[in-house]
Design a protein around this ligand. Structure first.
Ligand code: THU
Length: 131
């Protein structure tokens, strides 16, 4: 069982991080808030580039920042996208998250004030690992 956490607070942190999104090309702003096992919340946002494929996803940014701080154990991630529609993590981000937290709790926005709760095992079954 993952540690108990305040889902609304984590989603609020993701929505706040979304405000920093640099997404002039897609106009699709995303924020992420990663809850570390030590209780720290590390946030990230998507950072786009004129060379489109160099874009960094919000979840990827949050993981890179957390790992660079020496944090590799995560309890949950909240992801906030545009208020219209849902923003589950892309396939690449699922793989990045699985590297550190195969059974992470995943919350993603499904509206301006609503979110879905699932797990990485559900979003990415049969996870790849090296033998
Ligand atoms: N994006 C994320 O930040 N996370 C995801 O899981 C899906 C996509 C960003 C990348 C790009 O800047 C924009 O959303 C549109 O794809």
């Amino acid at each position: 069982m993952p540690n108990a956490f305040d889902a609304d607070k984590l989603m609020a942190a993701a929505r706040a991080a979304r405000e920093h999104s640099y997404s002039p090309y897609s106009a699709f702003a995303v924020g992420a808030a990663l809850l570390c096992e030590d209780g720290t919340v590390v946030t990230g946002c998507n950072v786009e580039n004129a060379s489109y494929s160099l874009t960094v996803c919000a979840e990827e940014a949050a993981v890179a920042i957390a790992v660079s701080q020496g944090r590799r154990r995560f309890t949950a991630i909240a992801i906030a996208g545009p208020p219209e529609g849902a923003t589950p993590p892309c396939g690449g981000c699922r793989q990045i998250l699985a590297e550190f937290a195969p059974s992470l709790a995943v919350l993603y926005s499904s509206g301006a004030e609503s979110h879905e709760t699932t797990s990485l095992e559900t979003l990415l079954p049969a996870q790849f690992e090296l033998p």
